[in-house]
Design a protein around this ligand. Sequence first.
Ligand code: ADP
Ligand code: MG
Length: 638
Amino acid sequence: MQTMYVLIHKLAFPSISNLCVEHAAAKLGTRGSGLCKKCLTDVEISSPIQKRTAKLISKYEKQIEELTSQCNIKSDECSMAWSLVESTNQELDRLKMELHQKLVQTDNFEQVLDTQTDQLRKVSQNYENDKKLWAAAISNLERKIKAMKQEQALLSLEAHDCAHAIPDLSKMIEAVRALVAQCDDLKMKYHEEMAKRKKLHNIVQETKGNIRVFCRCRPLSKVETSSGYKCVVDFDGANDGDIGIINGGTAKKTFKFDRVYTPKDDQAEVYADASPLVTSVLDGYNVCIFAYGQTGTGKTFTMEGTERNRGVNYRTLEELFKIAEERKDTVTYNISVSVLEVYNEQIRDLLATSPSSKKLEIKQAGEGSHHVPGIVEAKVEDINEVWDVLQTGSNSRAVGSNNVNEHSSRSHCMLCIMVRAKNLINGDCTRSKLWLVDLAGSERLAKTDAQGDRLKEAQNINRSLSALGDVISALASRSSHIPYRNSKLTHLLQDSLGGDSKALMFVQISPSDNDASETLSSLNFASRVRGIELGPAKKQVDTAELQKVKQMLERSKQEAKLKEESLRKLEENCQNLESKAKGKEQLYKNLQDKVKELESQLDSKTHSQITSEKQQSQLSGKLKEKEEACTALQHKVT
Ligand code: ADP
Ligand code: MG
């Protein structure tokens, strides 16, 4: 650049022999002298050579001038070119900078491009994977849909079948309705029959004089077993109230009772049958319960029982208190008890604390009511007091006798429960009595013993038991005269036997062949009491009628049972069909839901596929743009 500048300067100021060129030309001019126009120096011109030289000089000067102007032009051009070069250089620098920036940018772009390419690759890879998965899922779904469609077709077939079955179902419903109606009809008939049966039963009871007779046989005692005594009682018909006696060679004798208890039946079972009768005392009825039989057959066991095995007396009071408690809001009961003994036609008060010399007599207290003045009536408030009172009575019985059983077997022990009731709703008051009588032993006196006190005792017992039998049979035959006054026993019971009163007799027997004749005697007595003498014809009629009713009842019951069974089966079938249809419907619904779910899944997958495709194409466009920009830049750089 410096060299170029020096060159340009030299061109601007040329010199010859240390003179300026113009000066030299003036010196060498054709005229004799002259002034150098440039440096104003006085120059002298002498010869032709000089003239020619001057000419040449002027020529050269002209040329120099030309050249100078040319040089000036050129140096102008040069400086212009120089400044152009400089500006070009600047431009070049700028471009270089720009190129550098572009290169950096390109690098960045390339990096971004790389990452985006990676992303794109990943996306496309994911897309490929997803595509595969979707394809698998779609084919799976298609398979499922196909299976579901098949199932749906099957279901619609079944639904069709069901729809076809509906007429059958309605037929079945009709049949069921008919059966129900029939069943109702049968039920009505059954109830009618039951009512008839009850009526007949009541008639039978009435013909029996409203006296029920139960036979109870005790077990063979240890003594009897060890003595080799055999059982003569046949219990085969016990459930039907039949009891048979097979004694030696004689033919079996059968007796009929309202109930027969075998030695296995316990106190609770015995009381359960007596319960409805005894509790009717709370409703204002007079009731008598007897235990009849020879000594040692279990009369006292049935009535009193033992502390661990309580009998009818205790259980009765227990139940009366229980019912009284249950009814306390509507009825108040006042319960008192007396315990008497009738021995040799004399009445003894077993609850009296001190023995009285005064004879106890029976007095008529009012219309149909009898009373023993002076007798202790112990008021019992609850069951806890009862056992004490009963024990007091039982213990008093033994006084004056060395052998308790011996004495007791010759007297009638009578527990009288007196009930006074007040109905709190209508104000009605009732008085009723329940007699629980442990009768004296019914055995006949052996002829050898027929003397003295024993004879008197036996006669009194005989008389009173016969009197009892007479009163009961007179009541059963609805006799106009009832011989109550023939014994103290029947006299005491006068207001409680007959009329609206109810009675129950436990006929106690021994199973031993040793007691067979006494057993037969007791059973005969019981049969008389039970009213068998009323005539076999009437009994047969009753039985036949009852039998007929029973059979009809059985048949109705059987039919009703069968109808109910078939009804139940039909109902079950209906229910099964219904539940099956419901199950299918549910399944169908579930499948439809599943199809919908899968379809929506498919939709969302397709949607996401489309968006990824769009993304991919956008990215590819961007990539293309970047690539183009990059190549353009590269072109520019080169
Ligand atoms: P009765 O009062 O008729 O003379 P008991 O009641 O004193 O007869 O009974 C005589 C014996 O037989 C007693 O030892 C009693 O415990 C027993 N006995 C009576 N009946 C039964 C029975 N059903 N089960 C078990 N033992 C009985
Ligand atoms: Mg006894």
